[in-house]
Design a protein around this ligand. Structure first.
Ligand code: TXA
Ligand code: MG
Length: 368
């Protein structure tokens, strides 16, 4: 294995900052998922990020700022955004959102600074920016004194990593250093809002900040839902679109065939028509409660061993989000004949983000 896992000591954080300063890339912890970070103003670092992930250049990156980026003017001085054409209501909404949710799992899409390389934004006139709240990442950003571009530290289209060990599995042969910040607290990526168009806010991705919490601080603003409801996103969303670049249908995918069931597993399970390798055990993810009854029901239907996991025995959506990617990764490592998951039907809190990730993990189309 090529990558060295660094414990988050003062020396190692200083070492990581120094390496980033010289255009190296390093995997870093955030409260959502691990990121693969590089200086957002260094074309060399950016090229290394795209190359290591095998990420297509039409999929733009998120820029991460430290505590020094808390005001609109700070983001401008850091060379990230251009605030000159923002309307007064845009400014007001941005200030409210930053004040309430930064540092934290909220990404804002805003007009880009002219000195930010095109590679960060895939040629778009806007940039996605957030201030993560993981203490190790905040120390690193403070030490470095400049913003970091960081996509999730997985191979393109694969499951996002929520621990240093998961980054090793994804990129261990392709990068030199991983800064270990333990298990990610939230476990799904940030919520992304587009505030670059006057008079409206678009939700581009459901994530770590529940939409109800955003509506609560901006009660008079109507939030525009992501293009396509979960059930009606079509194949053509695989092509980059101006409104949701990089929001590819197939994403977060395990290597084993992954199928999303249309309802919870109970006694009256519908027939499963997919073809499975003879006798091979299959995996089952249930969203809440003890997984044993569901496993028994699936076993009666498929007549083979079932490896069942519950995302949250006590039925807590935050816990379910926290364990989603690690559970997918664990079941994937068992090389099962297939993995089935119950759908997430909770229309509240992190339920939207979980439903979105499951749907994309199960999409059959190829990402590239
Ligand atoms: O929680 C997170 O956001 C994690 C951690 C590492 O911070 N990062 C993350 O990055 O999820 P990534 O690269 O996996 O997802 C970034 C997504 C892109 O795929 C795209 O959908 C959206 O952010 N994005 C970036 N720039 C954009 C822009 N200018 N306009 C619209 N969407 C943008
Ligand atoms: Mg990603």
């Amino acid at each position: 294995m090529r990558a060295k896992v660094l414990s988050p000591t003062f020396e190692n954080i200083s070492f990581a900052a120094e390496a980033l300063h010289h255009g190296e890339i390093i995997a870093v912890p955030t409260e959502t998922v691990y990121g693969l970070a590089g200086d957002c103003h260094s074309p060399l670092a950016l090229a290394r990020i795209f190359d290591s992930k095998e990420r297509p250049t039409f999929d733009p990156l998120i820029v991460h700022v430290g505590i020094s980026g808390k005001r609109i003017e700070d983001l401008e001085h850091l060379g990230v955004i251009d605030s000159s054409h923002l309307t007064s209501s845009q400014r007001e909404w941005i200030e409210i959102l930053i004040g309430k949710f930064w540092p934290g799992p909220l990404t804002l899409v805003l007009p880009k600074h002219k000195y930010l390389p095109e590679l960060v934004t895939s040629g778009l006139p806007t940039v996605a920016v957030r201030m993560p709240r993981h203490p190790v990442m905040l120390s690193l950003l403070a030490r470095l004194g400049k913003p970091l571009a960081a996509p999730s530290a997985n191979r393109f289209g694969h499951i996002s990593p929520t621990s240093a060990a998961a980054v090793v599995e994804e990129l261990g042969e392709r990068i030199d250093f991983i800064l270990d910040g333990g298990e990610c607290e939230i476990g799904v990526e940030s919520t992304i809002l587009n505030l670059s168009k006057p008079g409206q806010i678009e939700i581009l991705r459901y994530g770590g900040v529940p939409i109800e919490e955003i509506s609560a601080v901006l009660p008079t603003v109507s939030l525009i839902a992501p293009p396509g409801k979960p059930s009606d996103i079509k194949q053509d969303s695989l092509k980059p679109t101006p409104t949701a670049p990089g929001m590819l249908l197939k994403h977060y995918s395990p290597d084993s065939p992954f199928y999303l069931l249309s309802k919870r597993v109970d006694e009256n399970l519908d027939p499963i028509t997919v073809s499975l390798p003879e006798g091979a055990p299959v995996g089952l993810i249930v969203l809440a409660g003890d997984p044993t009854p569901a496993a028994n029901s699936l076993n009666r239907l498929l007549n083979r061993p079932i490896v069942a996991r519950s995302l949250s025995i006590k039925g807590d959506l935050n816990e379910a989000a926290h364990s989603l990617f690690s559970t997918l990764r664990e079941l994937d490592s068992l090389k099962l004949g297939a993995i089935f998951s119950e759908p997430c039907l909770e229309q509240k809190g992190l339920g939207y983000a979980i439903a979105d990730r499951l749907r994309r993990a199960a999409a059959q189309s190829d990402p590239s």
